[in-house]
Design a protein around this ligand. Structure first.
Ligand code: E4P
Length: 217
């Protein structure tokens, strides 16, 4: 399973990238807005991210009409070859996905909350489909169940769109995504650090070092 990081914070991206774990990055308007204090435009932030990670970097359109989405999508794609244009799953978004795909611009269809939305996105030519598991859990449904359905449907028809598990909130989302065979999980920095940690590792390491010191070998 590929690991993307779900942030626009370059310090987090650099740190995760140094671990050798990163296959890509996802941003969205809220994540970019969080970094607004750094005095850089969204375009400059995306350029910087593309310099750090050599993999798909999702950048989202903010237009909601077809023409606006296509025009913003072209503009975002001109930033770097690794940019993937993120488009919401709406009627205009599906139409824009088809047009951008024809221009060989890769699209990540986002804000997916059902298996049917994922199927439509794939039919429109999405390279990635992003079900938001955490936000589904937030409304008392099971986000990972939707992921399971999407994977099954894509397997049934040998659909090539990749399933990108988004809105990951904790390590179990990552474990379940991997068990289900999801192509990618996009993970916040905090959860990446949680994946590394285990209390028994800390205790075990401490004991090894104490024993070593006592023996004075
Ligand atoms: C990534 O593509 C999504 O924009 C992101 O995972 C949303 O996560 P959130 O529900 O924690 O905001």
């Amino acid at each position: 399973m590929k690991f993307f990081i779900d942030t626009a914070n370059v310090d987090e991206i650099r740190e995760a990238s140094n671990l050798g774990l990163l296959d890509g990055v996802t941003t969205n308007p809220s994540l970019l807005a969080k970094e607004a204090g750094r005095g850089k435009s969204a375009r400059e932030m995306l350029e910087e991210i593309c310099e750090i990670v050599d993999g798909p970097i999702s950048a989202e359109v903010t237009a909601t009409d077809y023409e606006g989405m296509v025009s913003q999508g072209r503009d975002l794609a001109s930033i770097h070859n690794n940019i993937v244009v993120k488009v919401p799953i709406t009627a205009a978004g599906l139409q824009a996905t088809r047009s951008l795909k024809k221009e060989e611009i890769r699209v990540n269809v986002t804000l997916i909350f059902s298996a049917t939305q994922a199927l439509l996105a794939a039919k429109a030519g999405a390279t990635f489909v992003s079900p938001f598991v955490g936000r589904i859990d937030d409304v008392s449904n099971n986000g990972m169940e939707i992921v399971e359905q999407i994977i099954q449907i894509f397997d049934n028809y040998a659909i090539e769109s990749e399933v990108l598990v988004a809105s990951v909130r904790h390590p179990m989302h990552v474990v379940e995504a991997a068990l289900m065979g999801a192509d990618i999980a996009t993970i916040p920095f905090k959860v990446i650090t949680q994946l590394i940690k285990h209390p028994l590792t800390d205790v075990g390491l401490e004991r090894f070092l104490k024993d070593w010191e006592k023996a004075n070998l």
